[in-house]
Ligand binder design. Structure first.
Ligand code: HPA
Length: 270
């Protein structure tokens, strides 16, 4: 793995004259964030050695390098999901690459189903913690200490000081920012009513199919993370509606300007 990451990093450094400070993973319907970046280089995943290729509608596959104000960013336009058939090492490979490119701050976004009854479709939730219920762990197997320790401390998966900054930005901009715990299941089915009930009983506020593996691997390498989730549907029993991928994308699109504003201001001012 170390050598593969090094090969990919070498290719990127040869191709792209940019040393980013922030890594951003753009989730469902958040592709519009690219308009906030002054893009200097765009590398299609298919042209990057060792990179998997994204297959889901709404997820374009490219790495973008550029600036937001005087900050240098690398953004993943489209991520890799476990349900697509990739293993967890593939899902999290780009985060390894980010770290070796010198990135220590990771911003992740996603769409999720809300189970907290005070949430509604279109809400934006700051992820304060997560529950990992994915069936495979990205750090399973032999550990390469060049990346990080065998046993990773997960007491602060999402950075408290970065979260404080996001809250302040929300307040300044009168954004009604929810907060809560994100629970990861493998998908690709949306949850049954009983499963949404389980998610709630376990203590989570929303459920989705991504993010947790990437944050685990980021923490393995001692990166600081924030996560923002768009509530695209409700698994709340009183208000449950039939959910489909199109609706998820549409709800995510509606909340997109808010998430863009939060992430942009965060990167500009943190
Ligand atoms: N469940 C799981 N993943 C999701 C959902 C959901 O309800 N909405 C968007 N991603």
């Amino acid at each position: 793995m170390w050598e593969k990451v090094a090969e990919t990093v070498e290719f990127i450094q040869k191709t792209v004259n940019c040393t980013p400070d922030y890594g951003v993973i753009l989730g469902s319907g958040l592709g519009g964030f690219v308009n906030d970046i002054e893009v200097e280089y765009k590398l299609a995943y298919k042209d990057i050695p060792n990179f998997p290729i994204s297959t889901v509608e709404g997820h374009e596959g490219a790495l973008l390098f550029g600036s937001i104000g005087n900050k240098k960013v690398m953004a993943m336009q489209g991520r890799f999901h476990y349900y697509e058939g990739y293993d967890m090492k593939q899902v999290t490979f780009p985060v390894r690459v980010m770290k070796q490119l010198g990135i220590n701050k990771l911003v992740v976004s996603n769409a999720s189903g809300g189970v907290n009854p005070s949430f509604k479709v279109g809400d934006v939730m700051l992820i304060t913690d997560h529950v990992n219920m994915m069936p495979e762990h990205p750090l399973r197997g032999s550990n390469d200490v060049r990346f990080g320790p065998r046993f990773v401390n997960m007491s602060e998966p999402y950075s408290k000081s970065m979260n404080a900054k996001v809250r302040a930005i929300a307040k300044e901009n009168k954004i009604d920012l929810k907060e809560g715990v994100y629970l990861a299941l493998q998908g690709p089915t949306f949850e049954t009513l009983a499963e949404y009930r389980m998610v709630k009983a376990v203590g989570a506020d929303c459920v989705g199919m991504s993010t947790v593996p990437e944050v685990i691997v980021a923490k393995h390498m001692n990166m600081d993370c924030i996560g923002v989730s768009i509530i695209t549907d409700m698994g709340d029993e009183e208000n449950i509606e039939e959910v489909n991928h199109q609706e998820v994308l549409e709800a995510a699109k509606k909340a997109e300007p808010i998430v863009r504003k939060l992430i942009k201001e965060f990167i500009l001012t943190y």
